[in-house]
Design a binder for this molecule. Structure first.
Ligand SMILES: Cc1ncc(COP(=O)(O)O)c(C=O)c1O
Length: 392
């Protein structure tokens, strides 16, 4: 008899035994500071809705107006019949926001990273990548025949060594996250650009957690480090601080032109529905017109980070709204997350293999929509459980 996929039962059991089986927390309410998850009300400390825009009334209104004007679906990939006027307008506005000549929107950030690295790099090339780069960068690297060199996290001498060792390559690409999603630390993009210039390498930065968060008006890591014009390929996402969906690449016009013809994750997928595009455009406007969200995000970030540190928690090297609470063993992180949830705080555990075996953690992410009361309550719960579990 045909076995089909029945072998997966054993695999799922194996994952469960190793505490690696992911389960999906289900929200019964819209995204926000307080949500109901699996039927339980809690303070949300696990969302990338940095500026709290996911439910901004202007976004909802823009999406709904676009549906009236353009309908719901697009019915085709961008290269065929799926590109509407509003897709082009979004790309122009995004480029203006990022201070680049052009931008190209993909259906998601993961598609932007995969498609861009795949399209730009090939046999005879070398990709030099920070060891803690996001999985979508790693996927993109795996899609090419380029040689890969991994440098230790944030280690500039390590990067320089890789650049020296790869002088014979046809082309070289240094690729890094801007903000690292597990630790909340920031790449030394100024130093990376300097080294890349010296060794004639291209630079690509993933600004998924910097967009809307770092730099003037949330323009991202390039603005934060004042390295305008020095980064060849800026990747970002519309799915996090912008509260919508989509990824993009920003840079020179020829970069856009080339990717339109060669990035497989752009070519072989249907264009975004108009409602999504209109919401992205509105979100970009809100980010520039309502600076209070960014101010609130950083106020909240500084408050929560300090309060957790004052309690005695190890918050690692975070410099951003992503603040890890490092506890060591995977089992401790899982137990802490469970207890927090039972007491009304949602913050996911991050364990091996996502982080080193002895660096398991809870990852907290603060958003602009959290009130001081939300954060004070969350801190009190963290303190109580941290003491009960003898973590602090
Ligand atoms: C650093 C980083 N890059 C890329 C992505 C992918 O972005 P998206 O969710 O838009 O696919 C993420 C999201 O998880 C991320 O954290």
């Amino acid at each position: 008899m045909k076995q089909g996929v029945s072998w997966l039962k054993d695999e799922v059991n194996r994952l469960r035994e190793q505490h690696l089986l992911a389960t999906l927390p289900v929200l019964d309410t819209p995204a926000g500071n307080r949500v109901v998850i699996n039927g339980k009300p809690c303070i949300m400390l696990g969302s990338n809705n940095y500026l709290g825009l996911a439910n901004h009334p202007r976004l909802v209104a823009a999406a709904s107006k676009a549906m009236d004007q353009w309908g719901f679906g697009t019915g085709a990939v961008r290269q065929l019949a799926g590109t509407m006027r509003i897709h082009m307008e979004l790309e122009e506005e995004l480029a203006a926001f990022k201070g680049t000549e052009a931008s190209l929107v993909f259906t998601a950030g993961i598609a932007a990273n995969r498609g861009t690295i795949q399209a730009l790099m090939g046999e005879g090339d070398v990709i030099i990548s920070d060891e803690l780069n996001h999985g979508s960068i790693i996927d993109g690297v795996r899609l090419t025949k380029a040689e890969r060199k991994i440098f230790p996290h944030l280690d500039m001498p390590g990067l320089e060594k890789a650049l020296q060792e790869s002088r014979a390559a046809r082309r070289r690409l240094v690729v890094t996250d801007g903000v690292f999603s597990m630790d909340g630390d920031i790449a030394s993009l100024d130093q990376i650009c300097e080294l890349a210039e010296r060794y004639d390498a291209m630079v690509m930065v993933d600004d998924a957690h910097g967009d809307g968060v770092l730099g003037k008006e949330g323009r991202g890591i390039v603005d934060h480090h004042q390295v305008h014009g020095k980064v060849d390929i800026e990747m970002g996402t519309l799915s996090k601080a912008f509260g919508c969906l989509g990824g993009y690449i920003a840079g020179k016009q020829e970069l856009k032109d080339y990717l339109v013809s060669t990035a497989r994750s752009f070519i072989f997928t249907t264009a975004h529905p108009p409602a999504v595009v209109a919401a992205c455009r509105e979100s970009l406007r809100i980010v520039q017109e309502e600076p209070q969200h960014l101010r609130q995000l950083w106020d909240n970030t500084n408050f929560l980070k300090k309060a957790l540190q004052d309690l005695g928690f190890d918050t690692g090297r975070s410099q951003t709204p992503i603040t890890p609470v490092i506890v060591g063993e995977s089992a401790v992180a899982q137990q802490l997350s469970k207890e927090l949830f039972n007491h009304g705080v949602f913050a996911k555990p991050i364990v091996f293999p996502l982080v080193a075996k002895d660096k398991a953690r809870i990852r907290t992410i603060v958003n602009a929509c959290h009130t001081r009361q939300d954060l004070e309550e969350a801190v009190e719960i963290f303190g109580k459980i941290g003491k009960q579990m003898k973590i602090i």
